[in-house]
Each structure stands twice: as C-alpha cells, then as structure tokens.
Ligand binder design. Structure first.
Ligand code: NFA
Length: 101
C-alpha cells in the first residue's frame, strides 16, 4: 500500500516577479559646465568618455537623457551621489531616478 503513487492534490507554483528597473535621468541646466557633467557620468555611472559626452549632449539638446537602468536602490543611490557631486561644486546639476514604464 505504501508504494501506491498518488498524484499531488494541488500544485502551487509561485511566480517570481522580476524586480522593477528604475532609470536614472540626467536633466539639463544652464550652469553646470559640460566637462563637469562628463566627469560625473564617468565617475558615478562608469561610462566611457564617448558615452558620457553623448549622454551630456543629448540632455543639453533635449532637456533630459536616460543615463542607465538599475534596480531601485542602486538607481536612487547613484542619482543622489551624482546630484551631490554637483551640489558640492556649487552647480544645480540634477539626476532623478524613476520607474521604467
Ligand atoms: N547645459 C550645460 C551647459 O551648456 C551643460 C549640461 C548638459 C548641464 C547636461 C547639465 C546636463 N554648460
């Protein structure tokens, strides 16, 4: 009797949600020097010089540019660190972290 195989009454499969990604956005302003923006992008977001220049120019021309996407805590920390580097140097440089659609 103990070797009779009975099918499981219920099968529970919990779907694991993929953690939502947040984009870090660079906002343009009229005061922060271009080279400073490029330096911050390289230091905080580990971009190449070329990538940093492209992101900076896009924000300069369009008003804003997505830098990269990360899990929420990483995005918020990097946006704060980058914004803080500008503030410490007396510039109104601004990065935001917002959920991806
Ligand atoms: N608009 C700034 C300037 O002309 C450069 C800048 C680009 C600042 C992107 C912030 C973000 N000096």
């Amino acid at each position: 009797m103990s070797d009779v195989v009975t099918p499981p009454k219920t099968v529970t499969r919990t779907k694991t949600e993929r953690p939502k990604l947040y984009k870090v956005v660079l906002l343009n302003d009229d005061f922060t020097p271009r080279e400073f923006v490029v330096m911050v992008l390289k230091a905080v977001f580990r971009t190449t010089e070329d990538e940093a220049s492209r992101i900076m120019i896009t924000a300069h021309q369009k008003g804003a540019c997505v830098v990269s996407v990360y899990p929420r805590d990483v995005a918020e920390t990097k946006a704060m660190e980058a914004t803080d580097l500008g503030r410490q140097a007396g510039f109104p440089l601004m990065f935001t972290a917002e959920p991806e659609e």
